[in-house]
Design a protein. Sequence first.
Length: 248
Amino acid sequence: MSEAALEVADLTVTLGRHRVLDNVSFTVPFGQTTAIIGPNGAGKSILLKAILRLIPKDSGRVLIFGQPHEQYRKIAPLLSYIPQHFAVDPNFPLTIHDLFTLKSSRPVGLGPESATRMHALLKMVGIKGLEHALLSTLSGGQLQRVLLAYGLMDSPRLLLLDEPSAGIDIHGQETIYALLQRIQKESNLTMVLVSHELDIVMQFAQQVLCLNKELLCAGPPRTVLTNELLQEMYGTTVGHFTHGHGHA
């Protein structure tokens, strides 16, 4: 068994004529939270999708719990992915309960064990009692919590999240990350998340990957996120960013 939850070596991805990831290599330890940061167009979402084989790679190697990601059927039950955007058709009457039935092996509805787990997860993420609410009526924060509960339904060991606070106000961002931190500790999950909130990354991630088509840094946030690196990545000083030794 590999000592890492995720190992990426020399991953290169080209879309059209543009190289969007260039020989990216890193390791994600078991049971930790790794954050991926970088400017718009840096390839952050592409990286997650390439790991999951949702888009093809040019070259490189990806191991998930020691298994090549080409053997996706073997490792699929261990993974869960929550994308940045989840479009809900306001005219389609899909409830939270209906969504969870998509995870069911039964022809119709949830079995008793699945129903019990759904209720427990919805309680854990703070939306107990909304099982029959339409997805189209939920706020951005509520929908994100539903997707998180849904992603945990099969008890994954590795959770990949693309901007989990997208569409949520600042107070809600802090709440969703605190929730993720609690779930990660209680379930011993490994998390890899894309985020643009540098203060949040400093607070909740044990490792940060700085990406701008190639990997610019990897390590503990308070060690590697220097003002010089942030200026190189974003082209300007990030004024609101609070570093361990003061304000950037």
